[in-house]
Design a protein around this ligand. Structure first.
Ligand SMILES: O=C[C@H](O)COP(=O)(O)O
Length: 330
């Protein structure tokens, strides 16, 4: 991979902001013919971690790129204002100042901060003036089984509290029962409730049974206007995986080919190692191209990835990498 160019602000906004995905009528023929060749997908996914695709000279730049794409997350029952303020301080300055200075990356920030509704106001106030958006998980996260009208109302409350991005959870039952109309209607109403806020549709892929269901649910959510599709809440027993990512990324590519609209991708849950983040970036570059390696089209949902990236950047300056990282970097 070539060295990414990162602006002083750390946010690599595209020169021309494109229109958001407006969605389209539900196309059941397209949904029902969407397939996922499980064995081919799994074969390809197995080859990804071993690929040596980032040149050593470019390592630090790619790690900084990964930082700029993190939705720095805390989603715990014991979250407090103090914890969220510390998280926001980390989002504003993700890595030690001397490291950023040595790398010429002053001003680098994470892509966003992601919290529960109750912590939105704290996060908005801690991030004031930085341009870092607050994302809120919503709609009865993580199971999404609270009364429907309350799930819709929760979105409005979070937008009112200052969230610029809303991570909704879909009703898994609609996918498992093949009730694509119900999934479409739900997603569309949630999208509308977000108003100007961007909406990320969490599919909870670990609970959808098959890769084919993942492909179909991805398409339906995009048809209903999702700005991003996201793998997981981080609370399922299986969260982001490479096979699931391949299926979702290819659904995004098909949707772009058919409609001309770019939908973003957010793998989330269990991504905690710098070397894994680099595998994801390389996958996105291969399958979707450089345009998707921007914070408006790609995010990592992660609570502990930043710590490992910071360690690897420290080692970059001293020349001591961990074995796994060295292997991923080639
Ligand atoms: O959306 C983000 C995930 O909940 C974060 O999961 P994680 O704690 O495994 O990084």
């Amino acid at each position: 991979m070539q060295t990414p160019t990162i602006s002083a602000e750390g946010h690599q906004l595209p020169t021309a902001i494109e229109p958001r995905n407006p969605g389209m009528p539900l196309d059941l023929d397209w949904v029902r013919t969407a397939q996922a060749n499980t064995s081919a997908i799994e074969r390809r996914a197995k080859t990804l971690p071993g690929r040596r695709s980032v040149k050593k000279d470019h390592q630090a730049a790619w790690l900084c790129k990964a930082i700029s794409l993190i939705d720095l997350t805390t989603l715990s029952g014991d979250d407090s204002e103090g914890r969220v303020e510390r998280l926001c301080a980390k989002a504003r300055q993700p890595v030690r100042a001397d490291i950023l200075e040595a790398l010429g990356m002053e001003g680098l920030t994470t892509g966003a901060v992601c919290v529960y509704h109750d912590m939105i106001e704290t996060a908005v106030s801690a991030l004031k003036g930085t341009g870092i958006p607050v994302a809120a998980v919503s709609t009865g996260f993580p199971a999404g089984l609270s009364p429907y009208h309350l799930r819709i109302a929760e979105i409005g409350e979070s937008v009112k509290a200052g969230a610029e991005e809303i991570d909704i959870v879909i009703t898994r039952r609609h996918v498992l029962q093949g009730n694509w109309q119900a999934l479409y209607d739900e997603m569309k109403e949630m999208r509308e409730a977000c108003g100007d806020a961007h909406v990320k549709a969490i599919l909870a892929t670990g609970e959808l049974g098959t890769l084919r269901n993942v492909a179909r649910a991805s398409l339906v959510c995009m048809m209903a206007g999702a700005d991003f599709i996201k793998t997981s809440t981080g609370k399922e027993s299986v969260n982001a995986t490479l096979p699931v990512s391949l299926v979702m990324i290819r659904a995004i590519r098909d949707y772009y080919d058919q409609t001309g609209y770019r939908v973003g991708y957010k793998p989330a849950g269990g991504i905690s190692k710098a070397k894994d983040a680099l595998v994801y970036l390389s996958l996105i570059k291969d399958e979707l191209g450089d345009r998707w390696l921007q914070p408006d089209l790609f995010r990592f949902g992660a609570s502990s990835l930043l710590g490992d990236i910071e360690r690897q950047l420290e080692h970059h300056l001293t020349g001591h990498y961990s074995a796994g990282y060295r292997h991923a970097m080639g």
